[in-house]
Design a protein around this ligand. Structure first.
Ligand SMILES: C[S@@+](CC[C@H](N)C(=O)[O-])C[C@H]1O[C@@H](n2cnc3c(N)ncnc32)[C@H](O)[C@@H]1O
Length: 247
């Protein structure tokens, strides 16, 4: 069964991760690459789909006339409302028809949420409906070539004893296609879909989106610690995809 984010324990764990040092580094890394995509804009109508704690929706405010953000987890939304009062939060499931008007938004962002969804084409079609002509869709996803479960950091006992840092081990890509048991540090028993990069791009294209820009989110500085900077400096764990609505 796919993970249910309305499960309160899972939401609590995610909140803990989000507020941890590692979670903050993840937000900073993502924002470092998202912000330049908005340069020079100030009057956008923005939607953050699967907003989690709402940190991204809040960061987007200077570029917006209005920011709406939705999630399926009541706990995360409560946190968002408390910490980002200027964002308009609502509880909605991306698997349903979204409660927004046709062509309501200039920009939709969906950060690290596609891997929770069973039907990519339907999601891309719904995003298309609510975006204005020439509207933009910004997707952040795990890079299927390097991120867990294809890539995992492993150390032999000898390497542990000698305090050597782990190395990235690449497991057979073909074993993971269409599996839904990808696990994350903050979610014991958590399931998500493993979508490859071509699957995401093709689903978007078939649903009326043109890919205009794509980037690997590499950490700008190396780290002595075994943290996100150490990992994301070596391998592109996350990717950014920017699509424009086809006429
Ligand atoms: C990994 S978190 C990412 C949160 C945030 N976008 C970020 O970048 O930090 C995935 C989020 O998607 C939400 N989510 C998962 N499935 C969803 C669905 N079907 N509808 C709405 N939100 C969903 C979860 O509740 C969770 O907050």
């Amino acid at each position: 069964m796919l993970t249910d984010f309305s499960d309160d324990n899972l939401a609590k764990n995610y909140l803990k991760f989000s507020n941890s040092d590692e979670g903050q580094k993840q937000h900073d890394l993502l924002w470092h690459y998202i912000e330049p995509r908005l340069a020079g804009q100030s009057n956008l109508k923005i939607l953050d789909a699967g907003c989690g704690t709402g940190w991204l929706a809040n960061n987007l405010r200077p570029y917006a006339q209005s920011v709406k953000a939705f999630d399926s987890s009541s706990r995360l939304l409560e946190y968002g409302k408390e910490h980002s009062p200027q964002v308009n939060f609502l509880k909605t499931d991306l698997a349903d028809k979204l409660p927004f008007a046709d062509q309501e938004f200039d920009l939709v962002v969906a950060s690290l949420v596609l891997h929770d969804l069973p039907k990519l084409p339907e999601t891309f079609q719904e995003f298309r409906r609510i975006l204005k002509p020439q509207g933009k869709l910004l997707i952040i996803e795990l890079n299927s070539y390097y991120a867990y479960p294809v890539g995992s950091w492993t150390r032999t006992i000898w390497q542990k004893l000698t305090r050597l840092k782990p190395k990235l081990t690449i497991s057979p890509y073909g074993d993971w296609k269409r599996r839904i048991d990808r696990k994350f540090a903050w979610g014991e028993g958590f399931n998500s879909y493993f979508y490859t990069l071509p699957e995401i791009i093709n689903a978007a294209h078939e649903s009326g989106w043109n890919l205009e820009f794509m980037e690997d989110l590499i950490a700008k500085s190396n780290s002595e610690k075994l943290d996100l900077h150490f990992r994301a400096y070596r391998f592109p764990i996350f990717i950014l995809l920017e699509f424009r609505k086809q006429n």
